[in-house]
Design a protein around this ligand. Structure first.
Ligand SMILES: Cc1cc2nc3c(=O)[nH]c(=O)nc-3n(C[C@H](O)[C@H](O)[C@H](O)COP(=O)(O)OP(=O)(O)OC[C@H]3O[C@@H](n4cnc5c(N)ncnc54)[C@H](O)[C@@H]3O)c2cc1C
Length: 481
């Protein structure tokens, strides 16, 4: 039964202090709401403690090792460096120190904004009520006008794979870089598998990559994948295998892997490696939230929401309950979680806001990077046949870019998809130097639903990589019907 308005303990309680919960709580407090945030582990969630932050710190350090060890590349500049030496422990400490600095900043920011931080496990206790199991074991119930669920996700470990955290582990442990196996199998070729393969090969490990689907990097644009595979996989100490399941993985020394054909399930090979990183996706952390108390039916564990972040029951939004971030299974990315958090709060504040997923970019921070925004070519084709328009597609190559050539790093491609009738940008896919930064310009254009003609008139700094995007817009504008 809804609680009397005057007696609420808080205006808003957010469960989960990851990137989504953090942005929601801060935004709400800054707009005058009385806010509490509940966190059962470390403040900052996956991104800060086990995700974006430590992985990018490791990629930064290992990327420098890769660059300094690449004698052929350096000799192109007339540079001859001494053999590169690195300390694994110091690289691991760099990541650890960054995590703790960012976690402290985030916690202080919340405190300064006036958010009450509650340590313990949160759950729903019916509409507008939160159950809190504190670290001490004490259980109490708090009332609030609105609740935002932001409990994130955890690594998915397929059946048959045993994790010991030391020889067989997920990204949760990999970010600690506790040791460098001579030979490591990476199960999964999504962005997490690719980033860790980048780190391990830069630091001298041999990698076997195992992908269940019929091609490596199955979630990336096929043309981008072709080029990326040549450099990120074939050009490195990586043996990539597709159509295979790691059906059994037994920790130890060595680790035993049984590989099965992904279609027939027949065992085809056994491998003995030093370590296995399981990077097979993530599952929502929705168990224990007592969602039954408000009749929410989960979809494969994800909390169903509408584009305003309202939680749905039987397809209809219910009052005062919101969900943001990985638990919603939309775009499982930190900046998407943060955007959802802000939008949920704006709606609580009475502004009518919805999210535009099409304009949210994604990046893989390999060397070089991969990025994308908007529709894939397949999605664009489906939309085109539904709405009756023709798709345009152009490619802009880094080989024609002065800055990339000056860097002796010109293997790169941008593919731009647009409507041939109106010129509206539908999507972009980039592989090449600083692709993660380049994609933002296209993301902004998609957010404004801009067309390639107006975009082709925008002047870009010379010489910069952004001219790759400019060339794509110019080529596209010539193709309009
Ligand atoms: C290795 C790796 C690298 C990544 N790199 C990137 C990247 O470069 N860029 C990017 O955008 N994204 C990246 N991500 C994804 C990103 O980390 C997530 O999308 C993001 O953290 C999701 O934020 P969230 O707020 O939804 O959940 P989370 O960050 O998972 O936070 C949820 C929080 O809720 C807490 N919690 C759970 N249940 C309860 C409960 N019952 N009571 C109280 N607290 C609870 C958890 O302890 C956790 O702190 C990466 C992920 C991984 C694993």
């Amino acid at each position: 039964m809804p609680v009397n308005l005057a007696n609420f303990d808080f205006d808003l309680i957010v469960i989960g202090a990851g990137y989504g919960g953090f942005d929601a709580a801060k935004h709400a407090a800054e707009h005058g709401l009385k806010v509490a945030i509940v966190e059962s582990h470390e403040m900052g969630g996956t991104c800060v403690n086990r995700g974006c932050v430590p992985s990018k710190a490791l990629l930064a350090a290992s990327g420098k090792v890769r660059e300094l060890a690449n004698a052929e590349h350096l000799s192109g500049f007339g540079i001859h460096a001494a053999p590169v030496r690195f300390e694994r422990q110091k690289i691991a400490e760099h990541a650890k120190n960054l995590v703790s600095a960012i976690r402290n900043n985030l916690t202080k920011t919340l405190e300064r904004s006036g958010v009450t931080i509650l340590r313990g496990r949160g759950r729903l206790d019916g509409p507008q009520r939160i159950g809190l199991r504190e670290m001490s074991g004490i259980d109490r119930v708090l009332t609030c006008k609105d609740v935002i669920l932001a409990t994130g996700s955890d690594p998915f470990v397929p059946p048959g794979i045993q994790i010991d955290g030391r020889t067989v582990f997920t990204s949760d442990e990999a970010v600690n870089l506790e040791w460098l196996p001579r030979w490591i199998a990476v199960v999964g070729s999504g962005y997490i598998g690719l980033e860790f393969a980048d780190i391990y090969t830069a630091l001298g490990c041999e990698v076997t990559m195992i992908e269940a689907l019929d091609r490596v990097m199955p979630t990336f644009d096929p043309d981008i994948t072709k080029l990326a595979l040549r450099h990120l996989i074939d050009g490195r100490d990586i043996d990539a295998r597709s159509g295979l399941l790691a059906s059994k993985v037994k920790p130890g020394c060595p680790v035993l892997i049984e590989l099965s054909d992904a279609t027939t399930r027949e065992v085809v090979e056994e491998l003995e490696v030093d370590a296995v990183l399981v990077a097979t996706g993530r599952v929502p952390t929705s168990q224990g939230l007592n969602l039954d108390s408000v009749d929410v039916d989960l979809t494969r564990g994800f909390v169903p929401i509408d584009d305003s972040m309202r939680v749905l029951v039987k397809g209809k939004p219910i009052p005062n309950l919101w969900a943001v971030g990985d638990i919603t299974g939309k775009l499982m990315l930190a900046h998407a979680a943060a955007a959802q958090g802000t939008i949920a709060v704006d709606n609580i504040l009475g502004k009518n806001r919805t999210i535009d997923y099409r304009s949210i970019p994604a990046a893989t921070f390999t060397h070089p990077e991969i990025s994308s925004v908007g529709l894939s070519e397949l999605e664009a084709k489906e939309l085109a046949s539904k709405e009756g328009f023709e798709i345009g597609s152009v490619r802009s190559y880094f080989k024609a870019n002065s800055k990339a050539l000056a860097e002796l790093d010109s293997d790169g491609l941008m593919k731009l998809l647009f409507r041939k009738d109106s010129g509206e940008v539908l999507g972009a896919h980039i592989y090449g130097l600083h692709a993660a930064d380049l994609i933002q310009e296209v993301a902004n254009a998609i957010a404004r639903r801009q067309n390639v003609v107006e975009l082709s008139h925008e002047v870009h700094t010379h010489p910069t990589l952004s001219e790759v995007v400019e060339v794509a817009y110019k080529q596209a504008s010539k193709q309009l019907n």
